[in-house]
Design a protein around this ligand. Structure first.
Ligand SMILES: Cc1ncc(C[n+]2csc(CCOP(=O)(O)OP(=O)(O)O)c2C)c(N)n1
Ligand SMILES: [Mg+2]
Length: 517
């Protein structure tokens, strides 16, 4: 058995059976080995940022890593932005990066580059397999590293000669450490804080915003008067009818400051202490109010769900969680705007949907409009690197057959990784994409003023404008095999979305909306 076969057989044993791939010459033995190991599903992505974003979406939904097969340093570099988002999401991901044969490296062939440096910038674990005999054990260790709580990126660098040489043998899966239990004295101390009568905010992050964490937090909030907030960009938020509601900390610092105002204690449950997304002249970086004390209930690698449940049993033994009432907006007619589009989506969102939200400024109204929709998952832009939404939807759809994936995607962000649509078509994925086409980098128009930049002329505005020419997303989608239509009114969006949800397979709706303001 060659190294590539031993590697893939080991990955399958370790529960890694999907590999989002964009291969090159150095990965040809990996590609060939897919025929020898049919349990591994290779999914072709036409850009590495799609492969890494898809692995992120897959990992968020299954809590197991998918592989992302990348071609040397340049392939990894193309995938880095979505690996960055995955790192911020604490998603388990296994990046397999092909490299030149060891003896070839000193010739400095054109594709030679510092893979280790690139990998080190996003990875929790990096190893270059030195020998064919080692590659299986390395792979098993990589999977265990990716799954070590809270989850992270493990990068295995695979030299071509290690891959093609004989002498490989599959290795068994390694045990994975469980999330660390939160000590009793920490629970007692937080319980005392909550009972002190001083205003408390509990900031929920990581797995705390899954249903069990939200239910425990809701009990605590009702019994103690603490307020709940979630981190701004949760990796996977469970929400909808029957699930306790949590507002997300606002993206704009001045709104976040208002949300946190008055808190004397900020209790971190799987979240980090809140900071402003960017520095703004004259504005503070930390969002923690001046006279507010921060305490940590659970860090990212801790068992935050169990900690919240134990804390609820201490301070709220007889309290039930407050479940969101079912409620949907009526689908409106008339002008299509971010607001009316949100109402349409809230009216029609199917039960069990997985929403990949990269709607940016057009998404402002979505949380309120969908809060009482049937239960669903909401995936957000954890690392702020745009171009995540369509790939994330790809991975989520492969992770969750039978569930409808809804990609809510801003026009500018869509263009970074638009080729994900081709994979949606090729794999026949149940992904319904709504493109909010406001023909601009609208958020940057807002930020221009907020950072205090003086931009009076056309040159600056031109860099934030996506017209000239207008992007035709119907043509782009159909050109990649995804049936598509354009909606110019709320009624058209509702009719087209109903139609899309009634059919299996991918579909795209271009929603023509004005930029905000
Ligand atoms: C990888 C990456 N490149 C650039 C940016 C900077 N950036 C932030 S928002 C934005 C434009 C967003 O435009 P669009 O997706 O159309 O959303 P809109 O603001 O119009 O709602 C850009 C370029 C970024 N966040 N990430
Ligand atoms: Mg836009």
């Amino acid at each position: 058995m060659n190294g590539a076969q031993a590697l893939i057989r080991t990955l399958v044993r370790c529960g890694v059976d999907v590999c989002f791939s964009n291969p090159g010459t150095s990965e040809m033995h990996f590609v060939a080995a897919l025929d020898a190991v049919p349990e591994m599903r290779g999914v072709l992505c036409l850009f590495e940022g799609v492969a890494t974003g898809a692995a992120d979406g897959y990992g968020r939904m299954t809590e197991r890593p998918a592989g992302a097969l990348l071609h040397l340093g340049p392939g990894l570099a193309n995938g880095l932005a979505n690996l960055h988002n995955a790192r911020r999401a604490s998603t388990p991901v296994l990046a397999v990066v092909g490299d030149h044969a060891a003896y070839h490296k000193r010739f400095d062939a054109p594709l030679e580059s510092d893979i280790d440096a690139l990998a080190g910038s996003v990875s929790a674990w990096v190893r270059r397999s030195a020998r064919t005999e080692d590659v299986a054990a390395d792979a098993a260790e990589a999977v265990a590293a990716a799954m070590t709580p809270p989850g992270g990126i493990a990068t295995l660098i695979l030299p071509a000669d290690v891959s093609w040489s004989e002498g490989g043998e599959p290795a068994p899966a390694l045990p994975v450490r469980s999330p660390a239990p939160v000590p009793g004295d920490v629970l007692d101390s937080v319980a005392r804080t909550l009972r002190s009568g001083a205003p408390c905010v509990i900031l929920l992050g990581g797995s705390a915003v899954r249903r069990p964490g939200l239910e425990a937090a809701s009990r605590i909030a009702q019994a103690t008067g603490a307020r709940l907030l979630s981190e701004t960009f949760p990796a996977r938020l469970e929400r909808g009818a029957g699930i306790p509601v949590v507002d997300r900390l606002a993206y704009l610092a001045e709104f976040a400051v208002a949300q946190l105002a008055g808190a004397r204690h900020l209790i971190l449950a799987g979240a980090r202490a809140p900071v402003s997304f960017f520095a703004y002249p004259g504005q503070p970086s930390s969002l923690v109010p001046d006279d507010c004390q921060v305490s940590v209930l659970a860090e990212a690698g801790d068992d935050v769900g169990a900690a919240l449940a134990s804390l609820a049993d201490l301070v709220a033994p007889d309290t039930k969680p407050l479940a969101r009432e079912p409620e949907r907006p009526r689908p409106p007619d008339g002008d299509l705007t971010g607001e009316s589009a949100a109402a349409v989506i809230g009216a029609l969102l199917p039960e069990g949907a997985v929403v990949s939200d990269e709607a940016n400024t057009s998404g402002l109204w979505l949380p309120a409009a969908t809060a009482g929709a049937p239960p669903h998952d909401w995936l957000t832009l954890t690392g702020g690197a745009i171009g995540q939404g369509l790939p994330l939807a790809t991975g989520a759809a492969i992770a969750c057959p039978g569930r409808r994936v809804i990609a809510l995607e801003a026009d500018g962000s869509a263009m970074y990784t638009i080729s994900a649509l081709w994979t949606h078509a090729r794999e026949g994925l149940d992904v319904t994409t709504i493109i909010f086409n406001n023909r601009s980098y609208a958020i940057l128009g807002l930020e221009l003023g907020r950072v205090g930049a003086q931009a009076s002329g056309d040159a600056a505005r031109d860099l934030l404008d996506l017209s000239r020419p207008d992007l035709d997303f119907v043509a782009l989608a159909t050109g990649m095999g995804v049936p598509a239509s354009r909606a110019r009114t709320a009624g058209e969006l509702a009719a087209q979305l109903r139609g899309a949800l009634a059919e299996p397979g991918p579909r795209l709706i271009e929603a023509v909306v004005p930029p905000p303001g």
